[in-house]
Design a protein around this ligand. Sequence first.
Ligand code: SF4
Length: 312
Amino acid sequence: MILALENVTRLFGLRRSFFGERRDLAAVSDVSFFLKKGECLGLVGESGCGKTTLGRLAGGLLPPSSGRVLFDGRPLPEAGAGSWAAGRIQMIFQDPSSALNPRLCARTSVAEPLAAQGASHNKQREKAEIILAAVGLGGLGGRYPHEFSGGQRQRIAVARALITHPDMVVCDEPVSSLDASVQSQTLNLLRDVQERFGPAYLFISHDMAVVGFMCERILVMYLGRIVEEAARDALFDNPAHPYSQALLASVPSGQLEKKFPPLVAGEPPSPLDPPNGCHFHPRCPLAREVCRHKMPDWKELSPRHHVRCHIS
Ligand code: SF4
């Protein structure tokens, strides 16, 4: 096991009114999961559900307010070049343009994590050329970000993430800013380089079809909590949580299309004022009285399938 989160909660203090009233927003609440070496674990949910905060906690970019993040069996220190975990965890973000310095050529950008580790200039250059070739950009290391397409910039970001041979890469919506035609190429590239270099992925997306393509095991997140965890096939064939069913019903094509009751109309509630009981009850077509006042427990349906719902 490379990563384990134990009852992790992350609060953000917010000023709520002109008079300075402060409230805590729980972006992530009591989340536990593990990631095995070399595994691709999906994390899916709507925008604003806490996925990115959870990815930053897993990557050591944010400390938890409570609970523990263990990396390779040890508490994860704050990210930094001096940390023992530096280089062993890398991130790929949604927008490759913001992750690349426009004044650095691709080769220098890709080599930056090695430079932070004190590698020699020759070593940086040599490894950057090798990894750029591995992502299909061999011979283009001297070009600058504006000379590449969006898909090529994301390839540079992938190369940069892999150059230290990390044990884990947190991929936060890595294809959602790309054109549909480039998305599948980038997903195939991520799968290929995982097979070749072996890092575990925590793969974050709002798109169930993308997560289903990439991941063997999937966590479904709603309003800061994990509401279902299952192997991909179990989740796609037999989703237990009404929210997972709704996400799957929105997958447009063929066999993924299921006949599940639609969500109750309305926006997701604010994490500043989460509903009592099951947070999903105002949108749940199957809600009962108990759902309005009691938070469901985390239940085991099978050793590889868990859900947080009173009726599943
Ligand atoms: Fe719906 Fe109740 Fe299950 Fe929540 S606990 S998902 S409201 S049925």
